[in-house]
Structure formats: C-alpha cells, structure tokens
Design a protein around this ligand. Structure first.
Ligand code: SF4
Length: 319
C-alpha cells in the first residue's frame, strides 16, 4: 500500500468548507489530517472577526449561545467558496456521555442558510455513546458524501486520530515548576478559550495585567483530568464540561495556580451547572476563582477591568 504524503496533498474534487467555530477548535488537527488523507480540497473560514460575529448574530435565533451564533457567521463567510459545508451532528464523543443539545441540532439550524447560498451540508451523525467504533461508520459516511471510498475513510481516520493525539502536548500538572510570577488556570470550552475575538483578547489582558503563565485544559493530561472528574459524587455525562471540572480539580490538587478563571457563554445550561461546582471546589481549596460570562454585548473595557481587579488580588495574596 502506498503511503500518503502530508506534503503532497494532490487534492481533487468539489471543495469542502469547514467553519472555524465550535468543535473545530477541539479537532482542528484531526479534521485537517482526515481531509488531507482523503485528498479532498478544504477551505476553512477565517478567524472570527467582528464582521463574522455581527453576521452570525443577525442570522441566528436570539435564544442561542454566543458560540452557536458565531458558527452561523462562519457558515455565511464560506458562501461562494465551496460546494459543501461540514456541519456534523455530534451526539456523543465518549462512551455513556453526551455533548450539548445545541451541537445535536446544529445541521437542522443552519440547513436553510446553507441551501439559500446554493451549497449542501455534509451532515453526519457522530454518536459514540455505545461504542467508539461509530466513528468508523461516520468517517465512511463523510467519505461517501465527498466522493471517496469507505476503505479510504478507514485509512484517513487512522491518520486523523494520530494527528489529533499528537496535537495535544500536555504536561503533568504535578510537574509544573513552582512559578515565581503569577500563574492562572484558564478553563472553559475550546471555542471560547482559543477564539480571541470571542474572549475579547483575554490572553493579552492577562499578560498586560501581570500574569506570566496561563495553563489551559488542552495543556493537561486528559486521563488525569478524567480521574479527577471521577472523584465527584455524581458523574457528569457532558464530555467537555466534565473535562473542565476535571481540569479545575487537577489544578487545585497540585496547588500550582495562583487563581482559576473560567470562561462561559451566556445562555449555556451546562456552563452554569459546572461553574457552581468549580466555584465550590475553589472556595474549599482557598484558591481565587473568577467566572467570565461572554455574550455578543460583552465589552472589552469591562472585561479588562475585571481582569485587572482579579490579578491585583492575586498579587496581594502572593505578597
Ligand atoms: S455547551 Fe453551551 S456554549 Fe457550547 S454549544 Fe452548548 S449551549 Fe452553547
């Protein structure tokens, strides 16, 4: 069997659009490797801008959370650039766990918008609630929708899983050096933490305020986070929120952080639930905690003021 070279894409066929929003931030390396191995041309929407945010806010229902609104904006930005758009229905990505209801209904929510732009949706259901092997079926379905054979999908899936696994360069929280400066744990959905337009350049504000080290969930060992989440009296069945709580407990256990910040989205049910759990554990561990809830009306000046006040308090405690 020939080996596909990452550096020789040799892509053919209709272009697939991938919105740079929601779970893209979690699986970017996986998706890139999957489509490259299938030799399918892909266009990714640009990083979120205020234009994309405004477009999404206008197109989407008011009741939705900020990340879903932004997803609509990214889909709109792909109009005229591709023949089809990947909008998976992600029901479950781990055994006996679920994602959020908004992710389950995503293809139904954007279908009309995509159709009006003369494009089609690659609507594939990913449901690993009972078994992880469902991913093989989902990969074969995507391959078929982009004109490839199921056998190619298996090969592409292997490549993608390898790329996804190596994209996480985690550290053992227990091995983090005692930090002379200020260290903060930054927790929350990847699509809030890694989208600097949605989080209003939080990273820059933290640095400017004097924080010298920021640890996010994707820099932590997922198995160690899982073990910590398993210590809760009642198991959480939302995969990504479970990781957030597990990350918080791991950081609190090793006592390497001066404070913990959680990013949440206004109108997000799972976020409101886990923020109470994290706050309770931070209080118990006497570690400062701040919840930053974002929506399309959140202003940068207000966020900066809250960050500065929080960091001032951390410095005072450290002294
Ligand atoms: S988990 Fe929360 S923020 Fe994410 S899509 Fe669901 S409601 Fe929105």
């Amino acid at each position: 069997m020939g080996v596909l070279q990452d550096t020789v894409p040799d892509v053919t066929g209709p272009v697939v659009g991938v919105p740079r929003a929601l779970l893209f931030h979690e699986y970017e390396a996986f998706l890139n490797a999957f489509f490259r191995a299938l030799r399918v041309p892909v266009v990714t929407s640009p990083p979120t801008s205020t234009g994309i945010l405004d477009a999404g806010t206008k197109l989407c229902n008011d009741e939705c959370c900020l990340p879903v609104k932004v997803f609509f904006g990214h889909v709109a930005s792909l109009a005229g650039k591709c023949e089809s758009i990947l909008v998976p229905r992600v029901v479950s990505v781990a055994r006996r766990e679920y994602t959020c209801p908004k992710l389950l209904g995503l293809p139904d929510m954007v279908r009309e918008q995509v159709r009006a732009a003369g494009q089609k949706i690659i609507d594939v259901t990913v449901d690993m609630y009972r078994s992880r092997t469902d991913l093989v079926r989902a990969a074969a379905e995507v391959a078929q929708q982009v004109g490839r054979q199921p056998a190619q999908a298996v090969w592409a899936l292997v490549r993608a899983m390898k790329a996804g696994a190596t994209s996480r360069l985690w550290v053992d929280a227990g091995m983090l050096p005692d930090h002379a400066g200020l260290a903060v744990g930054l927790l929350g959905h990847s699509y809030l933490v890694h989208d600097s337009c949605l989080n209003l350049r939080l990273d820059a504000h933290l640095k400017k305020a004097g924080v010298t080290q920021v640890i996010t969930e994707d820099a932590m060992d997922p198995r160690a986070m899982d073990r910590q989440a398993a210590t809760l009296p009642k198991p959480l069945f939302w995969t990504y929120e479970k990781a957030t709580v597990g990350g918080a407990l791991l950081l609190l256990k090793h006592r390497r952080m001066d404070g913990i910040i959680q990013l949440a989205s206004f109108g997000c049910g799972p976020d409101s639930m886990v923020s109470s759990i994290i706050e309770w554990h931070c209080r118990k561990a006497r570690t400062p905690y701040m919840l930053l809830t974002l929506d399309e009306h959140t202003g940068e000046a207000g966020l900066r003021t809250r960050v500065e006040a929080f960091v001032d308090m951390l410095e005072w405690r450290k002294r």
